[in-house]
Design a binder for this molecule. Structure first.
Ligand SMILES: [Fe+2]
Ligand SMILES: [Fe+2]
Length: 307
């Protein structure tokens, strides 16, 4: 697999080569947000429908994964714009941690997306679309709006991350060789969920910009996720599994569907005194890290955690 061969150019730090044995334990900033370098390699024997052999669930999460590399680089640029203006030493250090974590997520998902492309899921189509779409938006949005959009999308990723950490049944049936990728990403999304928000409050602090951008971003997120799903499916060589589509829709938006369960956390964003850290999920992250340490046989990942 030549995972990087067709990667879209970017200016983020690229790991030079895959080194799955190594976890970088060195502190790169003076905050609690430390990037954990992973260098995942994916077993070619993994099925195309890696999520519970389910076409709908697999393509849905693949659509999300295809947006991550460029999406996360957009988050980094949006936050970096304000980096030098920050006066809080603590927040400056957290921003370094945020940038490092997102850079690694983008790189790992790029490799994962290339792996899925080799399995016949055309993730490159979505990656290119997102690359162009983000550049189109970046030309039109002010720095404050770009940061507000980042905060909104970070709220979505934190909700999804904590859903995975809190409800292991959500990822039930996922190929166990892929659970570490999603678990690692979930832990770090929850860990840095306040950083973009704190930069926004420090530098922009505008309720209307924050919430109107959330409303706009919600429509875009739902619409584009469906669109990316269709982009992937229409280029694939097999038939649509309508049974999986029907059960997948009720899995998401049925009476006990996962999206319905996220409603209170979503609506909380519109409160004037909202702050991501009000949902304290450290215990879930600690449990996630312990599980990750066990799955990857890397005890250093759980170092210093309460027993
Ligand atoms: Fe991320
Ligand atoms: Fe993030």
């Amino acid at each position: 697999m030549n995972a990087k061969a067709n990667a879209i150019p970017n200016n983020s730090d690229q790991p030079k080569k895959r080194n799955p044995k190594k976890v970088d334990a060195k502190k790169i900033n003076e905050s609690d947000i430390q990037p954990r370098r992973m260098d995942f390699e994916f077993d070619p024997a993994i099925n195309r429908y890696w999520f519970a052999d389910d076409q709908f669930k697999t393509i849905l999460l693949t659509a999300l994964s295809s947006t991550f590399p460029e999406g996360e680089r957009f988050f980094v640029r949006s936050v970096r714009h304000y980096q030098n203006a920050l006066t809080s030493k603590k927040l400056k250090e957290e921003v370094k941690g945020f940038i490092g974590q997102e850079a690694h997520h983008g790189n790992e998902h790029e490799v994962f997306n290339a792996f899925l492309r080799d399995k016949g899921i055309p993730t490159d189509i979505v990656e290119k679309f997102v690359y162009n779409g983000i550049r189109w938006q970046e030309k039109r949005l002010s720095p404050a709006r770009r940061l507000a959009k980042t905060c909104a999308l970070e709220h979505f990723t934190a909700m999804l991350a904590e859903l995975i950490l809190e409800n292991p049944e959500f990822i039930e049936g996922m190929d166990e060789r892929l659970v570490p990728l999603w678990m690692w990403h979930a832990v770090e999304e929850s860990e840095h969920k306040s950083v973009a928000f704190d930069v926004f409050q420090d530098q922009v602090d505008n309720y209307w910009v924050r919430t109107s951008e959330m409303a706009m971003t919600t429509v875009e997120f739902l619409g584009f996720t469906i669109f990316h799903y269709i982009q992937l499916r229409r280029e694939m060589d097999d038939k649509t599994d309508w049974k999986a589509v029907r059960s997948g829709i009720s899995w998401l938006i049925g009476r006990k569907g996962w999206l319905n369960q996220l409603r209170p956390a979503y609506l909380a964003y519109f409160k004037r005194d909202f702050h991501p850290a009000k949902r304290d999920k450290k215990h879930l992250r600690d449990a996630g890290l312990k599980q990750l340490a066990k799955m990857l046989n890397k005890p250093e990942l759980a170092q210093g955690l309460p027993h």
